[in-house]
Every structure is written in structure tokens, then in C-alpha cells.
Design a protein around this ligand. Structure first.
Ligand code: IFM
Length: 696
């Protein structure tokens, strides 16, 4: 693997051991559909994937998950009945590239009898389109058979999701029509231009038999589209025309948020790659949110977690506020699901799903984790006890409104979300004899310690929810009964977590647990896929935590803490944090940068920005596949640089900077949006040296 400048991620040899990982690394997406970075001849085994956002299905009793669609880009070449492919032979040379400035995937493989090259785009201009241009060059004279079409033998984790499927052909077109188990209709249609292949009903593919001479080249253009409910038109335009439109549209997206780092080429490159993986997930047109593994597959059921509100939303507030707004509207639309969840558990108000899908009902199940050896269920309580999710949603509304000044989200239903969440926290709390509100039996961001009492992060966020309620919701707009609830909410006094020498206990009794550092605890691991938390996990009875918890709280709400407190807590939790979640590093970067811990913060920034390039994250958690891209960490790297080292702050629609750049960085040029305007600011070691408005 090599890093190329400017902004091309390239691989110069075939790495058979990392096919699944490379599918993530070379991913193309446009917020609506994603296509994994796999070569044309690959299939189900190699996890080829065309993923659509926001459509879910449940097969029998298995996990309800997002949909993977049939692959319109299957292409295989044969000579004398033998496949000529990287599947069947060692290529003489093999190169794959992702140009992430332009959103273009290319591959070139020199095989024994053929060279196969291709270029592929998931359109940023028309988000239902994806297209490719495949070229073959013969090395030997003779008859070649080229087979291409829509591959319906797809990889699904909890499928099959298409109860009924039909492939139809007309001249050089194919159309897949599928009806999911839940009754949704999806289409994948494609036009194949280049070879006059004959459609064979038995296998559903076009077959072209061609006499080729050495060096003779042939090309095939495939223009495909994905539709829900009704079939759309495939454009007549050629690949080059569609490619140009997509590249221009993608350039406009980049034009609003580009970051150029001088003096640190590696960080400049990694951050651009990270931002690419966040930028390809936003949908400007639809009210949808972003799944924890984006459009890279079906991991985590394609569900939306707090990752969106806490990590991706602040990124989009600056990169494209319209998308940030859509993320909030999604939570408004899914409020009924949150109300239903609270009710089903015996609470009032809105308890958002820990894993949220289209309706907002809880998709997280108690059998979320399995023992890697026995395959037995390790029961977790994420779905019923990780209540901070509701507060995270409210925190995001506040953050968006502070940054953009756009109060209209409140009228659209944001005020109701805030009120219902506040009501939920009130009903979840227990009031002691002194009238203090305690929040018991919860899980904080550190998921290893389940069902704990007075968890610091949750308490502080609950307190903040009540403040936000007082800030935005006019009690006069409420009914008499709700006004009483409102008053109890804004007056509620929440417990303060225990402290020791200025260190905040993550939860009640935390300091009584075995005090051991992460490296020593690691020695107790029996199986690398073991789950460290839950009832029998190795971290459960220790102070080792999965990810930033108190540190996240301080990174997200710095105005609530003094510097000394932040320093003590940062130092204490550092050696006790496993960073078992990809979300952990950026929170440490944010707080570390604020505290002037330049070296550590920089390293955390690199841990976050390099996450998908390195591909070293866990692929399994307690026996469950959790691979894919890491959008929250990708956005988190941006947050680390922009909110951490550049000290960006948003107050009432105004942006200020307090720059403290690591010495190795000479300057940072940053584009960001404030409403419809786009600004470009240049910062160096002295601070902000230039600011101008730009046209995109
Ligand atoms: O939301 C996270 C959680 O904090 C840790 N486990 C994975 C989830 C999805 O990224």
C-alpha cells in the first residue's frame, strides 16, 4: 500500500488477506447509496456490496438490518472455459486507486491473457446513479467469453431480504425487481453498452463471445441506477459525461469544507481521507441519518447511534448545515419511536433507540454480543440502559442552534423533542430524602460497566437537557399539566458524582474496583475476540474502561469544568482507557488539545484520522462482526483539529478561533459554512492570519 499525493489512496499489489478491509477502504458513496471497493469479478465471498441508506428489513427472527442490493457491475472473462481473473490466478501486476478528491475508483490488473481495467463512480450529481467503464485488452489471439450483468447472489448478514425477486431483460438492459420480507419494492436496473452480449435466461447474465487479437482493446460501459417503489430512467449520457457531472458536484461538496494542512503532509492526507469517508455519507435531499458504519455494509444493522449527534453533526454543521439539519429532522421524525420505547419500559417522555432505524423503534437486542468460543449469547443491556442517547440528541439540537442561529428546527418539532427527553429523564430518576435526583441503573459511554448508578456522563447530560429546556422551550406554549412537568424539570437538582482528589468517579463505587492499567489487564485475555464487558468480562470488576466517558463529558462541555479538574481527570483516565471503541481517540484529542498536551493530542488525532487507512480496528466484538468504515472517528479527527487545535467555537451563529497548533504544522487553511455563506480562514502558529468569504 502506498500513500499518493494529491489525495489518492493506492494499492500496488493484490493483498488477498485484506479483501474485506479493502472493500471499506475503497468505498464509494453519495449519502444515498454506497458501493464497496471490490473488483468486478468478485462476488458474495469477497463481500461485494451495493448498500442503500434508510431501508431496512427483517428476515424471520433474525436481526433487522439495512439492505444490500444486487450487484449490477459483475464482469468476468473466460478463455477456453477458464476464468481469467484475480480470483483464479496471481496477476502480473495489480493496482487499485481511490481518488478521494474526485470520488473515483480505478483498477488495473495485468493477467496471463488479458489486462482488465476499470473506472467507477457513485454519482454525486444524481444520487440514484452509479456507473463504470470496464476495459479489456487481449494479450493472446483467440476467442474470449465475457460474462456480465446483475449478480443477485449477494452478501447479507441476516438475510435473505428479498422474499421475491425478478430479473428482466430488454436489449442491452437488465432490471432487478425485489420485494423485501417487509413488502418494500426496490429496483436495480442497468444498461450495458459496448459488447453485443446475448442474454442467457439460465444464469441471468449477458454472454459475449469475441475473437480478439493481441493488444486489441474493448470497453463496456455500465450505467446503473437504484430506485425505491418506481423504476426510474437510465440516462443516455456516456460514462465520461456522467463522470464529469459527478466530479463537479463532489468538488462543490469539498469546496465548502476543504482543509489544507501545510508542514505535515501525512496529516493533510489522512485527514482528507477521513473527511472523504464522512463527506460521502451526508444526504442533502432526504431526512435521513447516518449509520454507525455508514454505507460500508450491514454491520450494527445499519443503525444510527449517538455517533451521529456527537461526532458527525458538528462536522456537518461546518461542512454543510443543511445536512446537519436533516440529521436533526430525522430525530424529530422518529420521536414517536422514542415515545413508544419509553412507554414500553414504563417511563414517560422520549427514550431514543440506542440503535435507531427508519421508525426510531429500538433495533438493539439483548443478544447483541456472543461468546466467540461457545457461540452463546452474552447478554448486554445497551438497548435498555444506555439512556444518555436521549440527552445526546438534545445536546445536538443545542449545538446546531448555537452554531447556526437557526431556531426553525424548534418549530419543526425540536421543542417537542427537548421537552419529551427532559420528561423522560425526570421519570427515570429517583429522588432521595433531600430532594436530589439520582439516575440509577444505566450504562454510560464506557459500555464495559453495565447497570451502574449515578454515572457521571449521564448525570451531567441530564442536567444539561434541563438547561436546554429552559433555554428554548417557552412554558406558556405547554398545557397546564406539561407546565407542571416543565417546572419540575428545570428545578430538578441532580446528584453530583463522587470525587477523589479532584477525579470524578465515572459512577458510584468506581474507585472501589480493582485499579489496574490496560496493559496489565490485557494479559488476562484468553481469546482475542473476547468481550471485555458485561457480566463476565475481564474489565467489569476493574477501573479499566472501554472508551472516553468522563473525558468525553469534559471535551463536550468544557465550560462546566475548570482547567485543574480537566487535567486531573484526563491524566487519571488515560491509563485506564482501553480505547476499545473507535470513538475514544478523538475525545481525548479534543480535551488534550484544550489542555495543551500537544504531543498526546496530536497522536490521538492521528489515531482517529488514520483509522480506516490502517484498518487495524477490531473486526469482531464478542464473536460479532463489527467491521466497516468508522464515520464517527473520521468526523472525530476533523473535530480534533478544528475544535481542538484551532479552538473553533460557535456562539449564536458566530465563529471564533483560539489557535494552538502543534509545532510541526505550519498552517491550516479551513473552509467552513455559516448558513449559506462559506468562509476560508488561514491559521498559523500566530493564530488567524487571514479570513475571507468564498464562492463555491
Ligand atoms: O456508538 C458506539 C458505541 O459508543 C461503542 N460501540 C460501537 C457504537 C457504534 O459505533
Amino acid at each position: 500500500m502506498s500513500l499518493r499525493y494529491p489525495h489518492i489512496f493506492a494499492q500496488d499489489r493484490l493483498d488477498r488477506g485484506n479483501v474485506i478491509l479493502d472493500g471499506n477502504r475503497f468505498l464509494l458513496a453519495n449519502g444515498h447509496i454506497g458501493y464497496r471497493g471490490t473488483v468486478e469479478e468478485y462476488g458474495r465471498e469477497e463481500m461485494v456490496g451495493l448498500i442503500i441508506a434508510g431501508v431496512y428489513d427483517q428476515y424471520q427472527d433474525s436481526w433487522r438490518e439495512n439492505l444490500a442490493l444486487p450487484n449490477p457491475f459483475l464482469f468476468r472473462a473466460y478463455k477456453e472455459g477458464k476464468e481469467i481473473s484475480i480470483r483464479t490466478e496471481e496477476p502480473l501486476s495489480h493496482q487499485v486507486k481511490l481518488d478521494f478528491d474526485r470520488g473515483v475508483y480505478t483498477r488495473r490488473s495485468s493477467l496471463s491473457k488479458l489486462i482488465i481495467s476499470s473506472s467507477r463512480i457513485v454519482s454525486h450529481d444524481d444520487d440514484s446513479l452509479l456507473f463504470t467503464r470496464i476495459e479489456v485488452e487481449a494479450k493472446e489471439e483467440g476467442e474470449y467469453e465475457l460474462v456480465y450483468g446483475i449478480d443477485t447472489d449477494i452478501n447479507e448478514i441476516h438475510g435473505p431480504h428479498f422474499a421475491k425477486q425478478i430479473i428482466e431483460n430488454a436489449a442491452n438492459r437488465l432490471c432487478f425487481k425485489g420485494k423485501t420480507n417487509e413488502g418494500k419494492i426496490l429496483f436495480v436496473s442497468a444498461e450495458y453498452r459496448g459488447f453485443a452480449g446475448i442474454y442467457q435466461k439460465e444464469d441471468g447474465f449477458f454472454h459475449a463471445k469475441l475473437e480478439l487479437k493481441p493488444h486489441q482493446k474493448l470497453s463496456l460501459e455500465i450505467i446503473a441506477r437504484v430506485d425505491e417503489d418506481a423504476l426510474g430512467e437510465i440516462p443516455n449520457d456516456r460514462y465520461s459525461v456522467l463522470a464529469k457531472a459527478s466530479i463537479q458536484a463532489f468538488a462543490r461538496k469539498w469546496g465548502r469544507c476543504k482543509v489544507i494542512i501545510e508542514g505535515d503532509a501525512e496529516l493533510d492526507y489522512e485527514l482528507a481521507y477521513s473527511m472523504y469517508h464522512a463527506l460521502i455519507l451526508g444526504d442533502e435531499k432526504r431526512i435521513r441519518s447516518i449509520a454507525a458504519r455508514g454505507l460500508s455494509g450491514q454491520t450494527y444493522k445499519g443503525a444510527i447511534f449517538w455517533d451521529t449527534e456527537i461526532f458527525l453533526l458538528p462536522f456537518y454543521v461546518l461542512a454543510n448545515p443543511k445536512i446537519a439539519r436533516n440529521l436533526l429532522l430525522y430525530r424529530i421524525n422518529t420521536l414517536p419511536g422514542a415515545l413508544a420505547k419509553a412507554k414500553s419500559l414504563g417511563y414517560e417522555g422520549a427514550y431514543y433507540a440506542w440503535e435507531s432505524q427508519d421508525s426510531g423503534l429500538e433495533a438493539c437486542r439483548a443478544d447483541n454480543v456472543t461468546d466467540p468460543v461457545t457461540g452463546e449469547t452474552v447478554v448486554t443491556y445497551f438497548g435498555t440502559k444506555q439512556i444518555h442517547i436521549s440527552a445526546d440528541v438534545v445536546y445536538a439540537f443545542d449545538r446546531y442552534i448555537e452554531a447556526t442561529g437557526d431556531m426553525s428546527v424548534l418549530k419543526e418539532g425540536g421543542d417537542k423533542v427537548i421537552f419529551e427527553v427532559a420528561k423522560f429523564f425526570l421519570s427515570y430518576s429517583t429522588v432521595d430524602d433531600q430532594g436530589i435526583y439520582h439516575i440509577n441503573d444505566v450504562i454510560g459511554p464506557d459500555e464495559y460497566h453495565e447497570r451502574v448508578n449515578d454515572e457521571a456522563f449521564t448525570l451531567a447530560l441530564a442536567r444539561r437537557v434541563m438547561r436546554i429546556l429552559g433555554k428554548y422551550v417557552d412554558p406558556k406554549s405547554l398545557s397546564q399539566e406539561d407546565q407542571e412537568i416543565y417546572n419540575r424539570c428545570v428545578e430538578a437538582e441532580f446528584a453530583s458524582p463522587q470525587t477523589r482528589n479532584g477525579v470524578i468517579a465515572e459512577f458510584d463505587g468506581y474507585f472501589d474496583l480493582e485499579d489496574i492499567d490496560v496493559a496489565s489487564l490485557k494479559k488476562r485475555v484468553k481469546n482475542p475476540q473476547d468481550y471485555w464487558g458485561g457480566k463476565h468480562g475481564i474489565a467489569t470488576h476493574t477501573q479499566v474502561i472501554k472508551q472516553a466517558d468522563v473525558v468525553s463529558l469534559m471535551a463536550l462541555c468544557p465550560e462546566d469544568f475548570d482547567r485543574e479538574s480537566m487535567e486531573r481527570n484526563y491524566d487519571y483516565y488515560l491509563s485506564r482507557t482501553e480505547h476499545g471503541s473507535s470513538l475514544s481517540a478523538s475525545m481525548h484529542c479534543l480535551l488534550g488539545a484544550k489542555l495543551g498536551k500537544e504531543k498526546e493530542a496530536y497522536q490521538f488525532l492521528r489515531n482517529s484520522s488514520g483509522i480506516d487507512i490502517r484498518g487495524a480496528e477490531k473486526l469482531y466484538a464478542g464473536g460479532v462482526y463489527i467491521g466497516g468504515t468508522h464515520p464517527a472517528a473520521n468526523a472525530g479527527a476533523y473535530l480534533g483539529l478544528v475544535y481542538g487545535f484551532l479552538g473553533l467555537k460557535e456562539i449564536e451563529g458566530r465563529v471564533t478561533f483560539d489557535v494552538h497548533l502543534p509545532r510541526r504544522i505550519h498552517s491550516v487553511k479551513l473552509r467552513y459554512c455559516v448558513g449559506k455563506e462559506v468562509y476560508e480562514v488561514t491559521c498559523d502558529q500566530r493564530g488567524v492570519v487571514k479570513k475571507k468569504e468564498v464562492r463555491v
